[in-house]
Design a binder for this molecule. Structure first.
Ligand code: DUC
Ligand code: ZN
Ligand code: ZN
Length: 480
């Protein structure tokens, strides 16, 4: 039998094992794994690792902004960056604005993604205003259209939910069969500290970290989990940056609570000290939660090793440094108004491979689990994150020895800098295959805008509530 495409002679790595074998692809799917496979086209993978394409389950692409316009990163540029870095699927965001519904923005996101995306994509529905009509009418429709992840913020005035609103979203998610993802920082504490810092004249970028120390993340993580436990609703804690927050997750998981947690490369590589670089350079590193110190960066690996942190996403949330909406903001704006977030779609996998696999902290199978298999499973992305026959032929060919100095031109994102400039990594994606088509080779991305596919998510077992309810009472049936 001849396959359309054979990836030959590489070392296949899955979340479970490694083996020398060829992969035979027919159409968009993996058809066989074995020795001596023949194909109409053959890619020589000798010396390379052959892994499932990356699944970046937290990245902001072409997100609509409350004040009008969108993120600088479009579905075309964001896909280019993702494919350059070995990522073939993303879960990105559809935002709700306070006072508005879900239907119109979601239609706009679907339109934009259908026109531009070159990676496959699903959405998290951000809920900032769980009004009666949103909960009763809009949300069930969004879920019926294949969105099963809701994102809520416990901080930021424009988007945060109070405890009652958060409980309301948890209850709706429980009824509808969704996962809830949570940004865990204490809003009042940050607002108060920010005002105090500004009053004291402490406005430079480094004070962003002072406005939100680890304790505000730990407190909100504890609360987010406790209320989810009360409602018996599974959640994922987004972007865990510190060991105190990871410990809250670990304790809950030890109690059997269905809570998952992700972290991001910035929390292994960037530090509060980066925000203190000369001039206004520190603004390049402003993101939330804030980068921490060296002990925290190292400490997070313990929670990767024990399975508490089971997903590494980019939280790509990119603003240029220069330009009218850039982080420099025409001068020395206080940290509190500098656009928040760092780019990472391209760098995510190389950074984790280098600090993880090349540095001997995790295995190549762990890398596959953290960057692809686990996020695909957690977000119900059928056919993704796997090299099993029948899975989508999403594959990255990886040179584990290649040393690359990260620099802006390699990132292929739209924004004008990378916070990882000058960092040397060992391990690099040489080619990316998306559903059977070679879409990146030697850094050249070639794919049709709009060739990415919407991943509608049906109900799935992993995120089913445990059925462990205080006093056996299911409040979600009454909290409307
Ligand atoms: N949280 C995110 O998840 N993304 C960008 C900004 C933020 O605070
Ligand atoms: Zn967040
Ligand atoms: Zn984010």
């Amino acid at each position: 039998m001849e396959f359309d495409l054979v990836v030959k002679g590489g070392t296949i790595v899955t979340a479970a094992e490694m083996a020398q074998a060829d992969i035979g692809i027919t159409g968009e799917r993996i058809a066989a794994i074995g020795a001596g496979l023949q194909g109409a086209r053959v890619i020589d993978a000798s010396g390379l690792l052959v892994m499932p394409g990356g699944v970046d389950s937290h990245c902001h692409i072409e997100q609509l902004r409350a004040g009008g316009g969108t993120d600088e990163e479009s579905f075309i540029t964001g896909s280019t960056a993702a494919l350059a870095g070995g990522t073939t699927s993303v879960v990105t965001f559809a935002a709700q604005f306070k006072g508005g519904g879900l239907a119109a923005p979601m239609a706009e996101y679907r339109r934009r993604a259908a026109a531009g995306a070159m990676v496959d994509y699903a959405f998290h529905q951000i809920i900032t205003d769980p009004s009666d009509s949103v909960i009763a009418e809009d949300l069930p429709r969004v879920v019926a259209d294949g969105v099963r992840s809701l994102k809520v913020f416990l901080t930021y005035e424009a988007s945060r939910l109070d405890d009652a609103q958060y409980l309301r979203v948890l209850a709706a998610a429980r009824r509808l069969g969704c996962l809830v993802t949570v940004h865990c920082e204490n809003s009042s504490a940050i607002a108060q500290r920010t005002a105090a810092l500004l009053a004291a004249g402490l406005t430079a970028p480094k004070y962003h970290a002072w406005s939100r120390p680890t304790v505000v993340e730990r407190e909100a993580t504890h609360r987010a989990i406790a209320l989810a436990e009360l409602m018996d609703q599974p959640i994922q804690v987004f972007h865990v940056s510190c060991t105190e927050a990871a410990e809250e997750v670990a304790r809950a998981r030890a109690r059997g609570v269905k809570v998952w947690a992700e972290t991001c490369p910035q929390y292994f590589y960037l530090g509060a000290e980066d925000m203190d670089r000369p001039g206004f350079e520190g603004a390049k590193f402003i993101c939330s939660p804030a980068p921490r110190n060296a002990a925290e960066r190292e400490g997070l690996w313990r929670y990767v090793a024990n399975g508490t942190l089971g997903n590494v996403s980019s939280d790509h949330s990119a603003s240029s440094f220069e330009g009218p909406r850039g982080k420099r903001l025409n001068g020395e704006a206080p940290f509190s108004v500098v656009p928040n977030g760092v780019p990472g779609l391209t760098a995510r996998m190389p950074l984790l491979f280098s600090a993880g696999v090349s540095a001997g902290r995790i295995s190549a199978s762990d890398f596959v689990r953290l960057t692809s298999t686990a996020p695909a499973k957690l977000f119900g992305l059928a056919g993704k994150g796997s090299l099993m026959p029948g899975a989508d032929a999403d594959i990255v060919l990886w040179d584990p020895q290649r040393r690359v100095t990260l620099t802006q031109s390699l990132m292929q994102h739209v924004v004008d800098y990378t916070p990882y400039e000058g960092i040397e990594v060992t391990g690099w994606p040489m080619a990316t295959i998306r559903r059977g088509t070679v879409v990146m080779q030697d850094g050249q991305v070639q794919a049709e805008p709009g060739s990415g596919r919407y991943l509608a998510v049906p109900p799935y077992e992993l995120i089913r509530p445990r059925g462990v309810l205080p006093d056996g009472f299911d409040a979600s049936a009454y909290v409307m």
